[in-house]
Structure formats: structure tokens, C-alpha cells
Ligand binder design. Structure first.
Ligand code: DC
Length: 227
């Protein structure tokens, strides 16, 4: 019987990682950690302080100066991200924040800065941590590693439906082309590229409902818990 189960869930954009991981954690009583929020908070905070996130050196110097104290706090088991004691949880969810996050996440100094912080959350707790490099870099010895994906066309359709639901006008072909570009960039960047860990279980959710995807992952974790 394992006491602490650390589950790493990695995968490409639009695979439904965060919603699926959050629900799995809720059902299992584990802490859910969304590591993308950390990159988003750094990107937004740099931008607010007029640091050009395309300038890796300036961004690195800003971080090294101790200007950013970033924390995750768990309120009713829900993660909130704080920068210098201010709650950034809502403002990191804009399209601009996604772009800033994507940019800072390619900066090796930013990745190094966040590494120990991410590891510290998983030290004493059963967690489900989602990101791009959790199984490969952050928690290479995680008890369970899942690489969650779905076919690009299905991920693009989900993203397109989300935009339409929000009242944002969108074109499916453009959404699909953007997603293919993000996949390419994420998996070809020099630092911690998105890739399936050798010992990760591949879960492809194409054609599955949300409930089916959650059940599949909860089953994998329960099997490990009962060992
Ligand atoms: O999952 P997300 O969209 O919130 O992630 C925001 C950005 O951060 C995205 O461009 C990928 C990057 N990221 C990363 O490089 N490594 C992680 N562990 C999590 C996110």
C-alpha cells in the first residue's frame, strides 16, 4: 500500500488536462496543482513591471533580483496563485497571459526558478500535478505518470466550441492551425520540451466523454493505491 501518490499528468494544449486532473483529485482527496498557473503569474508580473519577456536576460535578472515571491495557497483545496501576497488567480486567465506564459516558459532561468517550488508541493502530499514536463523533469520519480492527449482535430474542436460558447468569433481551421503550431513549438523547444516520459501511461481521450476520461485516470490511480 503506497502512502503518498504523486501523479504527473502531462500533455499537449487542449487535451483537457486541467479539468480532468482537477476532478480526479477531488474524487481522490488529493491536492491538484496546475503548474501552468506559475508560468502565467510570472509572465503577467513581468509585464506589469515593464520587463520585456522576449528578453531572456532581463527576465532572468528581474527574477534573480528577488522581485518575485510566488506562492500557491490552497483554499478549500482549490489552488490560488499569489505574487508578493497579491492574488493573481483570475488575472492570469486572459489570452494575453497565455502568450506571456508561453514566452517565459521557454526561458531556462524561469524554469529553474520554478523547479524547486513545484517539487516542494509534492513532498508531503498526494498530488495530481499537471503541466508539460512533470513526469520528465519536475517529478521524474512520480509514482504515476500519465501522458494525456487527444487527436489534434478533437482538441481543436473542443477549443473552438469553448470560444463559440464564450461568444468569441472563431474559425475552426485557424484554431486547428494554431494548435498544431503550439504542439510543434512545445515539443521542439530546447528546454524541457513536451514529451511523453518513457514510463508514462498514454491516455488518449479521443471520442471519450469527460466522465469516461476521469474514470480511466481514477482507476489507474486506485489500482496503484491498492497495491
Ligand atoms: O497549461 P497552461 O496553458 O496554463 O500553461 C501556460 C504556459 O506555460 C504554456 O505555454 C505551457 C507552459 N508550461 C510549461 O512550459 N511547463 C509546465 N509545467 C506548465 C506550463
Amino acid at each position: 500500500m503506497c502512502n503518498i501518490i504523486r501523479t504527473a499528468i502531462d500533455g499537449p494544449v487542449g487535451a483537457g488536462k486541467s479539468t480532468i486532473a482537477r476532478e480526479c483529485a477531488r474524487r481522490l482527496g488529493f491536492i491538484y496543482i496546475d503548474t501552468g498557473a506559475l508560468y502565467r503569474a510570472i509572465g503577467v508580473f513581468c509585464n506589469e513591471n515593464s520587463i520585456d519577456v522576449h528578453d531572456d536576460k532581463a527576465t532572468a535578472e528581474f527574477i534573480a533580483s528577488g522581485a518575485i515571491n510566488i506562492e500557491l495557497r490552497f483554499i478549500n483545496k482549490e489552488q490560488r496563485v499569489f505574487v508578493n501576497n497579491s492574488d493573481y488567480t483570475e488575472k492570469i486567465r486572459t489570452p494575453d497571459a497565455s502568450m506571456l506564459a508561453s514566452r517565459v516558459s521557454a526561458n531556462p532561468e524561469v524554469r529553474a526558478f520554478l523547479l524547486e517550488l513545484q517539487r516542494s508541493f509534492a513532498r508531503d502530499n498526494s498530488v495530481i500535478m499537471d503541466g508539460r514536463d512533470i513526469g520528465t523533469v519536475v517529478l521524474p520519480d512520480a509514482e504515476i505518470k500519465i501522458f494525456l492527449t487527444a487527436d489534434p482535430e478533437e482538441r481543436a474542436k473542443r477549443r473552438y466550441d469553448e470560444l463559440i460558447e464564450k461568444g468569441v468569433s472563431a474559425d475552426y481551421e485557424t484554431v486547428l492551425a494554431d494548435l498544431n503550431k503550439r504542439d510543434y513549438d512545445d515539443s521542439h523547444r530546447a528546454n524541457a520540451p513536451l514529451k511523453q516520459a518513457d514510463d508514462a501511461i498514454l491516455v488518449n481521450t479521443t471520442g471519450n466523454t469527460f466522465e469516461q476520461s476521469v474514470e480511466r485516470i481514477v482507476k489507474i490511480i486506485n489500482e496503484k493505491l491498492n497495491k
